[in-house]
Design a protein around this ligand. Structure first.
Ligand code: PEP
Ligand code: MN
Length: 351
C-alpha cells in the first residue's frame, strides 16, 4: 500500500502517518517528490484497509500497489528518480556529483578490469578527455572460469581511487559478495552488482543498507519482473538510489555474445521511476557492434551508456575483444553528442 500525502503536507503530518504504519508492525518508506510525499508500506502480509490511513490529517489517499515490486514502481513515485553519484555521497575524497536520470545522458567508460595503476590511469585520462562522466573498472571480477584473472581485489580499488584523484571523475566498480561490498562501499562512488549476482538476495539486501548508489545489472535470463524485484530488494532496505543496467540476455542468436534487449528501456520507464542505462559492450561482446548499439541505446531513451575501453585490448586480461580503442571512444562521444538532442537529451561536457 502507498499513502499519498496532500501537496503541502507538514513534516508532523508525515511523521504521524509513519508512526501509524510502524505501530501496526510494518515498515514505512518515505519518498519525497517534487509536489507530494508518498509513504510506501512494506512487510504487511496481505492487503490493508485504506481507511487505516485516509482519515489521518494531510493524507490525500491510500492506494493498493498492484505490482509485486512496490517501492520502485511508477505507482509509488510518478516522477523520474534522479540518482547522484559522487561527492555528495561521502565525506571522503571523491569527485562529481554526476546525476543519472535527468536530461543528461551519462557516459561510464573504462577497462573491464583494473590491471595496474599505469593501465587504469592511462585509460582514465583518455576517457575523461573524450568526455566520460564516470570511470568504470572491475577490481573483483566474476569470471566464468576459476582459472581466469579474478581481479586485483582491494589493490584494484586503491588504484581506482588513485585514478579518480588524477582525473576527477567518480568511480563505479563491482562487488561480488558481502565482504567485497564493504570494501567497494568504502572506496568507490557507486556499487555495481553484476548480472550473475542479480538474484543474490543477501548481497542485494547488503547493497540496500549501503550509503552509496547502486548500479544493478540485469541477470543473463532475467524477466523484467525479476529485474525490478531485485531492485525492490535494495530499496526495501532503504537505499532508493538504484540505477538499472541492460547488458544483454541469452537467446538462440549466435552472432553476438548476448542479445542486447533495448526494448526493456521503454518497458522499464513505463513500470518504474528508476533510471536505466545500457551496456553494449557485454551486450554484444565484439567492438564493431558496440558503437552502433551505444547509439541505439541513446536513441531508445537510456539514461546512460556503459562501455569498456582499453588502450591495448590485445593484451587485456579480460574482455579485450569488446573493448573500444580510445580513438573509437572519442568518435562514439562525438556521435552521441550529436544524437542526444534528437531525443531531447544532452551530454554534458566535463571540464
Ligand atoms: C562488468 O560490467 O564488469 C561485468 C562483469 O558485467 P556483467 O555483470 O553485465 O557481465
Ligand atoms: Mn567486461
Amino acid at each position: 500500500m502507498l499513502v499519498v500525502m496532500r501537496p503541502g503536507a507538514t513534516p508532523e503530518q508525515i511523521k504521524t502517518v509513519v508512526e501509524r504504519i510502524r505501530s501496526l508492525g510494518f515498515a514505512a518508506h518515505t519518498m519525497p517528490g517534487e509536489h507530494t510525499t508518498a509513504i510506501g508500506i512494506t512487510g504487511n502480509p496481505g492487503a490493508l484497509d485504506p481507511g487505516l490511513f485516509e482519515e489521518l490529517s494531510g493524507v490525500a489517499e491510500a492506494i493498493q500497489v498492484t505490482h509485486p515490486w512496490k517501492l520502485v514502481s511508477r505507482e509509488a513515485h510518478s516522477e523520474d528518480t534522479i540518482v547522484r553519484v559522487g561527492s555528495m555521497n561521502s565525506g571522503k575524497p571523491s569527485a562529481g556529483p554526476v546525476t543519472i536520470g535527468a536530461a543528461e545522458v551519462v557516459i561510464m567508460a573504462g577497462p573491464c578490469a583494473v590491471e595496474s595503476l599505469e593501465q587504469t590511469v592511462t585509460i582514465a585520462r583518455a576517457v575523461k578527455a573524450a568526455g566520460a562522466h564516470i570511470l568504470r573498472g572491475g577490481a573483483f571480477k566474476p569470471r566464468t572460469s576459476p582459472y581466469s584473472f579474478q581481479g586485483l581485489g582491494e589493490e584494484g580499488l586503491k588504484i581506482l581511487a588513485e585514478a579518480r584523484r588524477e582525473v576527477g571523475i567518480p568511480i563505479v566498480t563491482e562487488a561480488v559478495d558481502e565482504r567485497s561490498l564493504d570494501l567497494v562501499e568504502e572506496y568507490a562512488d557507486m556499487i555495481q552488482i553484476g548480472a550473475r549476482n542479480m538474484q543474490n538476495f543477501s548481497l542485494l539486501r547488503r547493497a540496500g543498507r549501503a550509503h552509496k548508489p547502486v548500479l544493478l545489472k540485469r541477470g543473463i535470463s532475467a524477466t523484467i519482473e525479476e529485474f525490478l524485484m531485485s531492485a525492490e530488494y535494495i530499496a526495501s532496505e532503504g537505499n532508493y538510489a538504484v540505477v538499472l543496467c541492460e547488458r544483454g540476455v541469452r537467446t538462440f542468436a549466435d552472432h553476438t555474445r548476448n542479445t542486447l534487449d533495448l526494448s526493456i528501456v521503454p518497458a522499464v520507464k513505463r513500470r518504474s521511476h528508476l533510471p536505466i542505462i545500457v551496456d553494449p559492450s557485454h551486450g554484444t561482446g565484439r567492438r564493431h557492434k558496440v558503437i552502433p548499439l551505444a547509439r541505439a541505446g541513446v536513441a531508445v531513451g537510456a539514461d546512460g551508456i556503459m562501455v569498456e575501453v582499453h588502450h591495448d585490448p590485445e593484451h587485456a586480461l579480460s574482455d579485450g575483444p569488446q573493448a573500444l580503442y580510445p580513438d573509437q571512444f572519442v568518435e562514439l562521444m562525438q556521435e552521441l553528442r550529436a544524437l542526444a538532442p534528437v531525443v531531447k537529451r544532452t551530454i554534458h561536457s566535463v571540464s
